[in-house]
Design a protein around this ligand. Sequence first.
Ligand code: HEM
Ligand code: NAG
Ligand code: NAG
Ligand code: NAG
Ligand code: NAG
Length: 325
Amino acid sequence: MGILPSFVVAVGLVHLVIVVSSDTSYARLSTNFYAHSCPHLLPTIRSVVQSAIEKEARMGASLLRLHFHDCFVNGCDASNLLDDTPSFQGEKNVKPNAGSLRGFEVIDQIKAVVEQICPGVVSCADILTIAARDSVSILGGPNWQVKLGRRDARTANVTDVNPNNLPPPNSTADHLISSFHNHGLSIKDLIALYGGHTIGKARCFHFRAHIYNDTDIDPGLRHSLQAICPSTKGIDDNITAPLDPRSPNSFDNAYFKGLGHKLGILHSDQELFNAKATNHLIRRYSTHLHAFRSDFAAAMIKMGHIKVLTGSSGEIRKNCRRANS
Ligand code: HEM
Ligand SMILES: *[C@@H]1O[C@H](CO)[C@@H](O)[C@H](O)[C@H]1NC(C)=O
Ligand SMILES: *[C@@H]1O[C@H](CO)[C@@H](O)[C@H](O)[C@H]1NC(C)=O
Ligand SMILES: *[C@@H]1O[C@H](CO)[C@@H](O)[C@H](O)[C@H]1NC(C)=O
Ligand SMILES: *[C@@H]1O[C@H](CO)[C@@H](O)[C@H](O)[C@H]1NC(C)=O
């Protein structure tokens, strides 16, 4: 009984701390962190992201997801960019990242250009944060100021890539809510951030169960997805389909509207529409674009502050794929 009110109060406080006063590690993040050490950082990153998206619109989605999968596993510390070595297993080759996370080459390109203009100064974790923001804004979504000063992890922990930190698409709404709660994010943050599925694609591997075994899917969509994604596991697992079938490259609220017409392609998409705790938020965002845009931006800022390394913790990696020796 006492749990719900105190949870609500706690979330309210966390929000205040981030937005108004800033505290502990947040205090060391600031919008002008690189103002002197790398004054042209932001336009430099944006132009690389812009050309990557011109080449392939989906890349914006991939960069957004890369930041999410970084922040939810031991904080926004670029740990998911580390390559495996014979003596080290990183995060990128384990489920659900393996064969699924994309955009590493674009991060390499950004890092290379940034190292040219200001060597040894800008972290990979900040690059990921900025590239995710730019991707959303270039594809027509909101723009917001990012606080910077994150540092990079020297290592990664493969066992932390697990369904508690990165919930699978067959999750229940309760599991998604508790996973986000454990990361300091509210139900509102969950639904706003989940609106990231307004861009990008999923693989047959992830939507197969929904199109063959669930009933809450539009029959026309089911038919067209079954035509490209056979029911047998292991066959055509990598065939992709847009998460927002109506406007896959536009950061709008068509994805939320589509859920009301059973156009979600993942089990979890429709699960959040079906669940009482989240349905009203989806309905609100599907009719209030502006509310979605501002709540998404606010939630991205919160997500981007999860367990950041600042000060003298971690390091500024020279190469985003490996720790400095
Ligand atoms: C916790 C709930 C979430 C679940 C269960 C989930 C699940 C998934 C799955 C299964 C895919 C397809 C991956 C593949 O088939 O290879 C995907 C893609 C994607 N997700 Fe999520 N996701 C969640 C939250 C988020 C959040 C919080 C964001 C961003 C703020 C996000 C952004 C994206 C984007 C942009 C894509 C497309 C990536 C691409 O095209 O490369 N997701 N998600
Ligand atoms: C899917 O792609 C990954 C690499 O991204 C590959 O390892 C795997 O074998 C592919 N699976 C199928 C069924 O083609
Ligand atoms: C990795 O994280 C798990 C908890 O998820 C912990 O039990 C384990 O000790 C960690 N391993 C290392 C090497 O830090
Ligand atoms: C989701 O699928 C995985 C296997 O892919 C399974 O281990 C897990 O139990 C499933 N979870 C739910 C909630 O159905
Ligand atoms: C559908 O559900 C049945 C029974 O649980 C299971 O055996 C089958 O593998 C599922 N099919 C897909 C495509 O997930």
